[in-house]
Design a protein around this ligand. Structure first.
Ligand SMILES: [Zn+2]
Length: 335
């Protein structure tokens, strides 16, 4: 191990790491069977062998190839050269995503319908969507689950440095036709925010059976109200009328999801992105743990889970304009 590696480990884990050198560790800390240069409770250090990838090392030492991002992020490298020293962190080392140069942001992208050709601003051309997804893959973005973002903002659970969340609003059948195949090909996941009055209402709408199958494949299905009306209290509405309307808009979807999908939605997308303090209170009381607007910002770990932001992707955006929504670091010198 060179001095730089040791310095980094000491900075991250303190003197315990030195005391916990490999030979002194109980067997339960030795996950893989490969020789290692160094091991502590928090890190393993190995020399890369020919054929090693972040995925293969994550499978061996972390028990899950999907944790390759931990190795890539810690070593700041996507490819490993034989003989290269690789530090494998065994657990979160920067849960809040704070770096010397700033803090981490996680963009959540919003799509609506897709079609062979763009229609209006909200129906995006299937080809443009595929191009955007391939761009994410090529640039090393990691599409993470919405639940992981909520864990990041509420519990401080570390996410890959270049994390992005994909979401699709309203529940259009076109998701299955044009987005699903591309997401499957690239190994991406996504969240569908559906409003329950629309589900199963015709050939353009996803049905409960579609949603059940998608949920079974790991896609997240979450709430977008019952009727898709603006959920803020109207000027003419009495407190009692508003409470009754929120009962239907916020709690009926929970009952429908439980009945139809056997799951309880915990996350809401505000229709049209609109919310105010009174609505946030209703949302919290109804049992939701997070809610999203369409304010064009990415989210830091300290964002309020009931006022998170999303970036709407429009059909007339160039790839360059699309990429401007992918900010993953708020630059600011942190002391
Ligand atoms: Zn909507």
């Amino acid at each position: 191990m060179d001095r730089r590696t040791l310095a980094r480990l000491l900075a991250a884990g303190g003197a315990l790491i030195v005391l916990g050198a490999c030979s002194m560790l109980p067997a339960k800390f030795r996950i893989g069977s490969r020789p290692r240069n160094f091991e502590s409770r928090d890190f393993v250090v190995v020399l890369a062998q020919p054929g090693d990838t972040p995925e293969s090392l994550a499978a061996t030492f972390l028990g899950d190839p999907a944790k390759a991002w931990m190795i890539e992020d810690y070593n700041d490298a996507r490819d490993l050269a034989p003989g290269q020293e690789v530090v494998i962190p065994k657990r979160d080392w920067n849960a809040r995503g704070v770096f010397p140069a700033g803090y981490q942001l996680v963009p959540v992208l919003v799509y609506h319908g897709l079609a062979p050709q763009a229609r209006g601003r909200l129906v995006i051309a299937a080809g443009a969507f595929a191009e955007q997804m391939r761009y994410l893959k090529a640039k090393g973005y990691r599409v993470v689950r919405l639940a992981d973002l909520i864990a990041f903002t509420s519990l401080g659970r570390q996410l890959p440095r270049r994390s992005v969340v994909l979401s699709f609003d309203d529940g259009y059948k076109s998701f299955l036709l044009y987005a699903y195949p591309v997401l499957k090909e690239l190994g991406f996941t996504a969240t569908l925010f559906v409003y329950t009055d629309y589900v199963g209402t015709g050939r353009n709408a996803l049905g409960w059976d579609d949603l059940r199958r998608l949920a079974g494949e790991g896609f997240e299905v979450e709430a977008h109200s019952k009727s898709h009306g603006d959920l803020r209290r109207a000027p003419a509405e009495t407190g009692e009328q508003y409470a009754r309307r929120m009962q239907a808009e916020l709690r009926d979807p929970i009952a429908s999801f439980q009945r139809q999908l056997g799951l309880t939605p915990r996350i809401l997308a505000y229709p049209y992105g609109g919310y105010d303090a009174a609505l946030v209170e209703q949302v919290k009381e109804s049992g939701y743990v997070a809610a999203f607007s369409v304010h064009r910002e990415a989210n830091p770990s300290f964002g309020d889970p009931l006022m998170l932001d999303r970036c709407q992707i429009y059909s007339d955006m160039t790839l360059e304009e699309f990429a401007r929504n992918l900010t993953v670091l708020h630059e600011e010198e942190i002391r």
